[in-house]
Design a protein. Structure first.
Length: 333
């Protein structure tokens, strides 16, 4: 039972701790937990990326140092490793990534509507709240860009700058008459990507070959998405069903989506192809994602379909014994 603390008085043990001093977990209180698969997968991907960089460098050195290969007529055999797009991509990865991030940030700065106290003030406030909730020293910039019907949002950075971008079609759900909690969840998710370090240059350089690592790369991204969802949930857990419903059915039909009905299907839809589609996805499949946001007792399912709770674990409704006849209505007067 909650006991209000009289003003000027703290109970024994001092004032209550702010959220950032709580242990990390899956509840809406305290700090959001990282998905347990994220760091192990990240280590493996960074090691494989490092091997790829070393191989590309080795090929470059061999190319420069070794004598040219000649055929029997004494002509140089063409076929430099430097014509391979993969080797070139790896050799120039630091510059390509830096330039790509810089151009992405520039695109937002010159096309995007920047959230401010006067432009989309509710979004501006939500970003500030999320940054404070996660104990971040700096509030990221935030932009709304034209969605053209696409429901999307992302977070990125360049240099020391960090920013979130929400497509207009997704941002629309936040209007006062719609689902402001859902927008708070989405913004918490995106700011969470920044808080969890997912958009750092060095991390992205270390994950450079992830798109070419089947299953492994997508699994790492999936674990990151669960981590970001944990942030969104901590930021505004009430918005999780609305956010997922919007991702599932769009900004108009979201209110018709039954969150529980869809989350239940995570355990019902079976088969190898279900596992394969999830394993190859960069985001957890929606039904599993909803399941993870509803069952906060464990981290989101990464590879195996979640199983439905045993019937014995479901308490009977109300105080009535199961299979009992409903109570009779009082006779009409
Ligand atoms: Zn995300």
């Amino acid at each position: 039972m909650y006991q209000p603390v009289p003003q000027g008085y703290y109970p024994p043990g001092g004032p209550p701790l702010p959220p950032r001093h709580h242990p990390r977990g899956l509840s809406p209180f305290g700090m959001p937990a990282r998905h347990p698969w994220e760091i192990p997968l990240l280590v493996v991907v960074i090691m494989l990326t490092s091997v790829a960089y070393l191989l590309a460098l080795l090929m470059l050195v061999v190319e420069v140092v070794a004598d040219p290969v000649v055929d029997e007529r004494g002509e140089e055999v063409s076929g430099s490793v430097l014509t391979s797009p993969y080797v070139l991509l790896l050799l120039f990865a630091p510059v390509l990534l830096w330039a790509g991030r810089g151009m992405n940030y520039a695109r937002m700065r010159i096309n995007g509507v920047k959230m401010s106290p006067t432009q989309f003030p509710e979004g501006y406030r939500l970003v500030q709240e999320a940054a404070a909730r996660f104990g971040m020293a700096k509030v990221p910039d935030a932009y709304v860009v034209l969605g053209n019907g696409q429901i999307n949002a992302f977070a990125s950075g360049h240099g020391f700058r960090r920013f979130v971008v929400v497509y207009s079609d997704l941002f629309e759900i936040g209007g006062a008459a719609r689902e402001p909690d859902a927008l708070a969840f989405i913004i918490g998710h995106e700011v969470g990507h920044i808080a969890a370090g997912h958009v750092s240059y060095w991390r992205q350089l270390g994950m450079f070959v992830a798109p070419w690592l089947p299953l492994l790369g997508s699994s790492l991204i999936r674990a990151q998405e669960y981590t970001a969802d944990n942030h969104g949930f901590c930021n505004r857990h009430l918005g999780a069903p609305g956010a997922m419903a919007t991702l599932a059915a769009g900004k108009y039909l979201n209110t018709d989506v039954g969150f529980d009905e869809m989350a239940d299907r995570a355990a019902q839809e079976k088969g190898g192809f279900v596992l394969l589609v999830n394993a190859m996805s960069s985001h957890p499949v929606l039904t599993w994602r909803m399941w993870a946001l509803r069952d906060r007792s464990k981290p989101g399912p990464m590879f195996w379909r979640p199983s439905a709770p045993q019937p014995a674990m479901i308490p009977p409704p109300g105080d009535y014994p199961l299979n009992a006849a409903p109570p009779a209505l009082p006779p009409k007067a």
